[in-house]
Structures are given as C-alpha cells and as structure tokens.
Design a protein around this ligand. Structure first.
Ligand SMILES: *Cc1c(COP(=O)(O)O)cnc(C)c1O
Length: 458
C-alpha cells in the first residue's frame, strides 16, 4: 500500500465505523487517537510492514481500542494467581463487604469525621478507631496515620529526636520498598545506638546502652527474614522491666498487625499487639493492610501519655488518613470484634484459611476451562504448590496450595506469563523451575483464571 492512500482523519471520522465511537467519546479525543493511528500506519508502510490496504474501519477500530485501553481506569483489575496472598504490588489485603460499604458511604455523602455528635464539638478523626483498638488490644489510646512506616516516623520524631534510639543489631530491618530502619531514624533526627550482635542480644546489652541521651528502646519484628541457629533475643517482659526501671519508653514495631492468634488455625504464630502491650511494651506500631485485613494505614497504640505526645506532633497532620480509610478501618475492626466467624468477614484471613478440598476443586475446574479456552499447543495440569502470606508476614511459612501449570510445546514460561499478563483482566502467576504456575490460593473464582486473551494465541 502507498502511504498516500491512507485515509485522513476527517474521512475516518465521517465514516460509518466512527459513529459508535463518537457516541462514546468527544470528537476531538477520537480525532487525536486517529491521528496517532494514521501516523503509526504510515510508519509501518514505509518500513515495509503493511502490505494490504488499511481501511477507515480498521483505523477506527484501532483508535477505539487504544482509547478504551487508555481510559480503562487505573489501577486495572488483576487476578492474583501468584500464590502470595497479601501482595504489596497488587494492593495487599482485599477489603470485606462491610468495609467496602462503609467506604462507599463515606465517599459519597457527608460523614461525622471530626465532629462529636453528642457535644457538637470538634473531635479527632481517629478517636473511634482508638476506642475499637482499646477493646481489641487493651491499648489506652492510638493514633492512625498513612501506614506503619509513617507511624514509626512519627514515633521516632516524637520520642527520639536529638536522642539515641537503642536497637538490637539482629533487628536492623529493611522492609519492602527500600524502607530501612536506620534511615528512618536518621531522617527523624535520631541517633541509632546498636546493641548486641546479629544473632544474640541480651537484656544486659540494652541496659549498658541506656544513658542520659536515650530516647527509647526499639524492638522491630524481623518480619521478612528469619535468623536461625544460635539465636537469642531479649525476652519482652524482661526488656519491659528494664525500660520501666530506667524510665525510657519501649516501642515495638510489629509489622503485620495480626489481631488473633493464627496458631489456633494451624498457622505459625505472629506476635499480637495485645500480647506485646500486656508484656509491658509502651507503644506498638503495626500495619492495617497486612494480616489485619483493612485499608492502607498504620497505627501507633499504647500508653495514653505517649500517644498524646504523638497527637501533638505537627507531623501528624501531614501523615493523617482520609475519611475513606477511617470508614473502612472502623468497619474492619468491627468485623474482627463482632464476627462469629472472622474468616468469613475478613477476606485476608478467609483466603489464608481456605481448605485444601476447595483449592483442589478450584484448580481442577480452572484447569478444565482453560483447556477448552486455549489452543491445542498448550498443556495443562494441576500440581501441588506452596503459597505464602506475603507482605513480610511469616517469611518461613509455606501454605499448602494447588496450582494449574501451563506449558506449551514451543513457548517458554516467561512468554506464557506475558500472554496471561496481556489478557483482561490480567492474570498474574509465578514462574518456578521454568514452569508457569497459576496458584489458586488467592483466586476467588475458577472463571478468573480464564480471561479474555489478547489477539490470536499460538
Ligand atoms: C510491613 C512492615 C512495616 C511497614 O508497614 P507499612 O504499613 O507498609 O508502612 C514496618 N515494619 C515491619 C516490621 C513490617 O513488617
């Protein structure tokens, strides 16, 4: 085809093929998309790549698809077949129905976010959350900010500024997203005082480090790694006793925010805020969108006088959560407190507890459907798999699961992963030992694994 024979923008716009598109989008927007399509077609022809004529209908169709893709919204929906339940890159915990309702209501109508309806006075937006946390964890008071990293920053800035923060060398953590504990301390103007060694830190090590400049003692839950072997940490009650005797606060960064003892469900135990506070910690810090199963937020909870100082810090205003988070978090905490079966109300927990019989039938069904949806070159099978909690919680814990393995006579695992990623909704699996796996642990319906594939498949 000669590039001069390509239809112009006006010709395509006045063609029959453009009519449904013009009903959907403004004329100028469609014209812009067509201009780009025509330009690309011209380049393709000049590069020798487009031998057959390109019609008005074909150009309109391409422009329509391009606009639909550009305006599909963000972030696009995906299916999490990675086997990592709380995947930070995929938005961590899914919210329960109650939390979603509360969030939608708060989003669309005015709500008493910072007004006390009894007195008519101005109130605190996180007061209701603090009350719920008191009931659940025994904390005297709490502040809610953007995420646990922000809560930690607020604590360090309030209690550790121009002071020393005592941390064990075994807990010098880096959390996903390149958040390093030493960097947070430095940014907030605190000096890090390291004690002990990577594998052993005793109460006496902390005792020797406490002096006039000590701001507080910090314990950090090594959530995304494990030190095994010859390991000794200072027991919390003993550390708390030391902190009380020397009148310095003890703060613990718990990370995951589990609110119930997971060992009752046969899962490894995560430290609970309630246990830590009962053992004498003055403040605990934890995330709301990991095992707590709520929206992204972070909490610092514990002694009322310390929380009052956190509240007075001007940084808190910059780190505060919005009404959608307050609504979804309050509803999630109510679900934890009021549910007879928390697994049914908190999807993050529900996914964790799915029985093998369900995973098995889900994988079998998905496998059958995919077999009919994919060309004959693909080979499918159901295999045993190991899922994980994710978000740094329980790094060692492998949760038995099932996966559909997708193979192809002439495509490698990376290429198959690409095909599933290009589908709508995009299906994200994982590649293990050169095989592409769709783990069903966090997949809601078998149908989710059979998306609309893009273009003809090999
Ligand atoms: C995940 C984690 C954090 C950070 O939590 P965010 O809510 O993502 O900011 C901090 N500390 C520990 C130990 C964690 O596991």
């Amino acid at each position: 085809m000669d590039p001069r024979e390509l239809p112009g923008v006006d010709a395509v716009l006045s063609s029959e093929a453009s009519r449904p598109l013009l009903d959907r989008w403004p004329r100028a927007l469609l014209a812009g998309a067509l201009r780009r399509e025509i330009e690309e077609a011209r380049h393709a022809i000049l590069a020798g790549g487009a031998p057959s004529p390109i019609s008005c209908a074909a150009l309109a169709d391409r422009a329509g698809r391009r606009l639909a893709a550009e305006l599909e919204g963000h972030p696009p929906r995906v299916v999490n077949a990675t086997g990592t339940i709380l995947h930070t890159n995929l938005g961590r915990a899914p919210l329960g129905a109650r939390a979603v309702d509360a969030l939608v209501r708060a989003a669309s109508e005015p709500c008493a976010l910072e007004v006390d309806l009894d007195t008519g006075e101005r109130g605190e937006r996180d007061r209701a959350i603090a009350e719920r946390l008191r009931a659940i964890t025994g904390a005297e008071d709490a502040v809610v900010v953007n995420n646990a990293a922000a809560a930690l920053l607020l604590v360090v800035d309030t209690l550790g500024r121009r002071r020393e923060v005592v941390v064990s060398r075994g807990e010098m953590i880096e959390i996903g997203g390149a958040l390093r504990l030493p960097d947070v301390l430095e940014r907030a103007g605190a000096t890090l005082r390291e004690v002990g060694t990577t594998n052993r830190t005793r109460v006496e090590d902390y005792a020797a480090a406490i002096g006039r400049r000590t701001g507080f003692l910090l314990r950090a839950h090594p959530s995304n790694y494990r030190v095994t072997g010859f390991v000794e940490g200072a027991p919390l009650p003993a550390l708390a006793a030391l902190a009380r005797e020397r009148a310095v606060p003890l703060v613990e960064d718990l990370g995951s925010g589990a609110l119930v003892d997971l060992s009752t469900f046969g899962l490894p135990r995560e430290p609970l805020p309630a246990d830590s506070l009962r053992d004498g910690t003055d403040l605990v810090v934890f995330s709301c969108d990991k095992l707590l199963g709520g929206p992204q937020a972070g909490i610092a909870a514990g002694r009322a006088d310390l929380v009052a100082r956190l509240r007075r810090n001007p940084l808190r205003r910059a780190l505060r959560v919005d009404k959608l988070v307050v609504a979804a978090l309050a509803a999630t905490l109510d679900a934890w407190r009021g549910a007879r079966d928390p697994g049914a109300e908190i999807p993050a927990l529900g996914l964790l507890l799915r029985p093998m019989s369900l995973l098995d039938s889900l994988a079998q069904e998905a496998c059958e459907r995919l077999r009919s949806a994919l060309p004959a070159g693909f080979r499918l099978d159901v295999v045993e798999s190991e899922a994980e909690i994710g978000s740094g919680a329980q790094p060692g814990a492998r949760l038995p699961s099932r996966a559909v393995v997708v193979e192809h006579a002439s495509l490698d695992a990376g290429r198959i992963a690409e095909i599933f990623r290009a589908a709508r909704p995009a299906v994200l699996g994982r590649v293990a030992r050169e095989r592409f796996l769709l783990d069903v642990k966090a997949v809601l319906r078998a149908d989710d694994l059979v998306p609309a594939f893009a273009g003809p498949l090999p």
